[in-house]
Write a protein of this length. Structure first.
Length: 230
């Protein structure tokens, strides 16, 4: 494998591992052995090691001398904080887009929405996720607020997009939450659009929190640190 190929692969591995941590598939305090993880992801050890170093810089894992990498436990407060910031920024971007989108733009958003519903109903969730992303991206770009979009991308590290079909209710969230946003956009109502988008993001947060709690991977801030586990 060439060094260029490894560079391309490392971010993909980081994205997969990040999603596994965010959905509790990788447990808090779990020791992450490079070779085992490489086998699990069907890649070589080098991009896994590079990915884990990236995730250590992001705070998803820790690196201890002699002990290697360990998954950082997810706490309810941290996740609520991150998603609250994301809800605020997404709501503000949508509010600004409400006065910028043309009738043709809104018609295009409705077409994307119809595609999302059809794909979800057909069980084609990977495709649905891509169209869902395009729906949000169209609204965000219409806001003409590049700095806010940059901040939004920072919070999206904590959104497990790779697990779109694995989180109960996640794939239906767009089907059910987008129409309220669309109504605000159609009526050129920044206030209503802002609230509808923020509510949509907070609903996604509740789905992630519910999954982690069900898997026993949502930790309390007051819990004392545990020893890492194999």
């Amino acid at each position: 494998m060439t060094s260029e190929r490894k560079e391309r692969l490392s971010p993909q591995v980081a994205k997969q591992v990040r999603a596994m941590i965010m959905t509790g598939e990788i447990a808090g305090y779990e020791r992450l052995r490079t070779e085992r993880l490489a086998e699990r992801l069907n890649v070589s050890a080098t991009p896994v090691r590079e990915a884990l170093m990236t995730l250590a810089g992001e705070g998803f894992v820790t690196l201890s001398p002699g002990r290697g990498f360990t998954a950082v436990p997810l706490t309810r407060r941290d996740l609520q904080d991150v998603y609250d910031v994301q809800a605020y920024i997404s709501g503000e971007l949508a509010a600004r887009a409400a006065t910028e989108l043309t009738d043709d733009d809104i018609a295009g958003l409705w077409e994307l929405q119809r595609q999302i519903v059809a794909l979800v109903n057909e069980g084609r969730l990977e495709e649905a996720q891509r169209v869902d992303f395009a729906w949000h991206r169209t609204i965000n770009r219409a806001s003409h607020a590049p700095k806010l979009i940059w901040y939004l991308r920072m919070t999206q590290e904590y959104v497990p997009f790779e697990a779109y079909g694995a989180i109960p209710g996640w794939s239906r969230a767009g089907c059910e939450g987008h129409p309220a946003v669309m109504f605000g956009l159609e009526t050129r109502d920044p206030v209503g659009t802002r609230e509808a988008m923020a509510t949509h993001i907070r609903h996604a947060r509740s789905l992630v929190l519910d999954l982690l709690e069900a898997r026993g991977q949502l930790f309390d801030e007051t819990q004392p640190p545990r020893e890492s586990v194999e």
